[in-house]
Design a protein around this ligand. Structure first.
Ligand code: ADP
Ligand code: ZN
Length: 208
């Protein structure tokens, strides 16, 4: 099964991606995670990406498309994947369709996780992540409930950057909802529910 997750920053794509990976034995491809790992490792790619990410701007299409193409060609991606945070522009969406065509594969569903903007701002400013296992918690947590690792706030979850990320989402990424609707692949779910309820709504469509 090949899936794309669409939705604003903070809509809960990462949380749903985890559940999908655990349930369906597919790989999680998060461009945000790949880019953050490159920044941390100080690779040339990371150095190029960091200033865009800190400002809440998109990393150039050519860079991100190259990353995803490489990742899709790795062997484990053959069993299926969930793309999280990609595509984010029309150019990326078209490149993905073309690349999958060439590999003789295709998207089964594009799942749009929908959440109102007020909820997003509130969620991102409270979001805390586990450095060790990636658990996504809130400001109330003192250490990770899964592995007891330390929690931290992401650099780009500050109010100014959050505002810009939302603007970029509205302008560049939200039109992809229409793109996948036109391709008859779109599934819309209400993201303003308990994560297990969101997941149940997704499963009702992809594995009824
Ligand atoms: P979120 O969905 O919470 O904004 P991500 O982890 O998906 O966070 O992305 C963090 C940042 O990484 C983005 O603000 C952007 O700078 C960069 N990024 C991630 N994916 C892409 C992409 N597909 N195209 C361009 N930039 C990207
Ligand atoms: Zn943890």
């Amino acid at each position: 099964m090949n899936l794309v997750l669409l939705g604003a920053p903070g809509a809960g794509k990462g949380t749903q991606a985890k559940k999908l990976v655990d349930t369906y034995d597919i790989v999680h491809i998060s461009t945000g995670n790949i880019l953050r790992a490159s920044v941390k490792a100080g690779t040339p790619l990371g150095l190029e990406a960091q200033s865009y990410m800190d400002a809440g701007e998109l990393v150039p299409d050519s860079v991100v498309i190259g990353l995803v193409k490489e990742r899709l060609q790795e062997e484990d991606a053959e069993k299926g994947f969930v793309l999280d945070g990609f595509p984010r522009t029309a150019t990326q969406a078209v490149a993905l369709t073309t690349e999958l065509d060439e590999l003789g594969r295709g998207i089964d569903y594009a799942i749009a996780v929908e959440v109102a903007p007020e909820v997003i701002v509130e969620r991102l400013s409270n979001r805390q992540l586990c450095k060790a296992c990636g658990y996504i918690g809130t400001k109330g947590d003192t250490s990770c409930p899964v592995c007891s690792g330390p929690l931290h706030q992401r650099d780009d979850d500050n109010p100014d950057t959050v505002r810009n990320r939302l603007e970029v989402y509205t302008k560049s990424t939200s039109p992809l909802i229409d793109y996948y609707h036109g391709a008859d692949l779109l599934v819309e779910v209400n993201g303003d529910q308990d994560p297990d309820e969101v997941f149940a709504d997704i499963q009702a469509v992809i594995a009824p």
